[in-house]
Ligand binder design. Structure first.
Ligand code: PTJ
Length: 252
């Protein structure tokens, strides 16, 4: 760990960078994960590095959808495991939901490393392991098409933070409700998912956990109304407007 002062204006961001760099050195992350993280940082910067109103709206809709789900699944890749394993495991426990590993740059070694991270965070049941059964997702090729028969295949609602566009699109085409957390509101994942949370995973997942405990006492029709009234495209447009306002204000 680099010696960093907590008074540094970018302290939190530097801490996350350090965590990512260390995880890469330990073989948990693919090299491109650091590039993906940098892209996320850039979007986070122009969103003010805080959870904005559109993100709060989608967090509420996502929480209602997860509570309504019969078979919710939390899909975990390398970046999510490194940045938010404890929160993902906590979310899985309170729903309850299953956790499934799905890697874009899949190697048996990385699957084992991500499994270790999740176990260390307290996960007991993990799907998507190297030795697990799987069937490919229709319309997808390569290792990221792997889906566990009791996990992603059976799921009605899937949380896929930091995802790649093709997979989100293929899952939506199978009739699944796909919730994504992606700082880039223009990414294909953001644009094709059912519910898009434009926020950092490190802030969004704890907020989903909080929202779930608030909505827990709601009736089913109340939860359904929250999901039906949510307009994903309009909400993404609001995030884009925030970015435009930020650039306009700071560009002057
Ligand atoms: O662990 P693997 O092998 O499954 O690989 C995971 C990555 C993320 C490397 C892989 O899925 C990938 O290459 O993703 P992309 O296509 O670069 O997309 C990542 C998206 O996540 C981008 O739109 C980033 O802006 C966004 N992003 C990056 N960091 C965060 C983020 N969104 C939310 N929170 C973050 N911390």
């Amino acid at each position: 760990m680099h010696d960093m002062s907590p008074h540094h204006p970018r302290y939190q961001s530097l801490l996350l960078r350090d965590k990512m760099a260390k995880a890469y050195q330990e073989g948990i992350l693919a090299d491109t994960a650091l590039i993906a993280h940098g892209r996320g940082e850039a979007f986070d910067y122009i969103l003010g590095e805080k959870t904005n109103l559109p993100a709060l709206n989608s967090i509420k809709a996502a929480s209602a959808a997860l509570l309504l789900a019969e078979n919710p699944i939390l899909s975990v890749n390398g970046n999510t495991a490194v940045l938010a394993a404890e929160d993902m495991v906590k979310l899985a426990r309170i729903l309850p939901a299953k956790v499934e590993i799905n890697l874009f740059y899949r190697t048996p070694q990385r699957v084992m490393k991500v499994e270790e991270v999740l176990k260390k965070a307290g996960a007991t049941e993990i799907l998507g392991k190297e030795e697990d059964d799987y069937f490919p997702i229709k319309g997808l090729e390569g290792p990221r098409s792997r889906a566990h028969p009791e996990g992603v295949h059976r799921a009605d609602v899937i949380l896929v933070p930091l995802e790649d566009g093709d997979r989100a699109e293929a899952l939506v085409a199978l009739g699944k409700t796909v919730i994504t957390i992606d700082l880039n509101p223009l990414s294909r994942t953001a644009q094709t998912s059912s519910i898009t949370i434009v926020d950092n995973v490190v802030r969004a997942i704890p907020l989903i956990i909080e929202e779930i405990s608030k909505l827990r006492g709601c009736r089913i029709d109340e939860l359904e109304a929250i999901v039906h009234e949510f307009d994903n495209q309009r909400n993404i447009d609001s995030s884009l407007q925030l970015i435009a306002q930020y650039l306009e204000k700071d560009g002057k």
